[in-house]
Design a protein around this ligand. Structure first.
Ligand SMILES: [Zn+2]
Length: 140
């Protein structure tokens, strides 16, 4: 490590994630290092405390604020990308004609579809039912 005053800016869930963060910081001109969980010696000395398995990303203290901002930005972008990709998610909407709630693929959010119950046009995604109804079987 060539850092004068290293501080942890990120604790990754996996070695791969730590590497992605280090690459991103390095590309932005911040010297960063990932300390991975491959150090068997420290594991054997310290026991099986789960925190030690999580790779940490280190930068110099003088760049910690910049790094934290870049990481926050990076995570925002990553979350944005994830949301439309979850294709098996559904949203529930209520038909204004027959008042029945129906599930539609999340990709149809904001579109107009035929109601599966009565065939009328209905808007998908206006109402949020998922929290209240989630997990309750229809015939209970
Ligand atoms: Zn209907």
């Amino acid at each position: 490590m060539d850092l004068k005053d290293p501080v942890v800016v990120y604790t990754a869930a996996s070695n791969l994630e730590a590497h992605v963060i280090v690459d991103m910081l390095t590309n932005n001109g911040i010297s960063a290092h990932a300390v991975e969980d491959q150090s068997a010696v420290s594991l054997w000395q310290l026991g099986t405390i789960s925190q030690f398995h999580k790779p940490k990303v280190w930068v110099d203290r003088s760049r910690a604020k910049d790094a934290a901002e870049l990481i926050a930005e990076f995570e925002d972008k990553r979350n944005d990308r994830r949301q439309p990709a979850t294709s098996d998610e559904t949203i529930s909407s209520q038909c204004e004609e027959c008042m029945q709630a129906s599930d539609f693929p999340a990709a149809q959010n904001g579109t107009t579809q035929d109601c599966p119950h009565c065939g009328a046009f209905m808007d998908v995604g206006d109402l949020k039912w998922d929290d209240a109804d989630f997990g309750v079987a229809e015939d209970e």
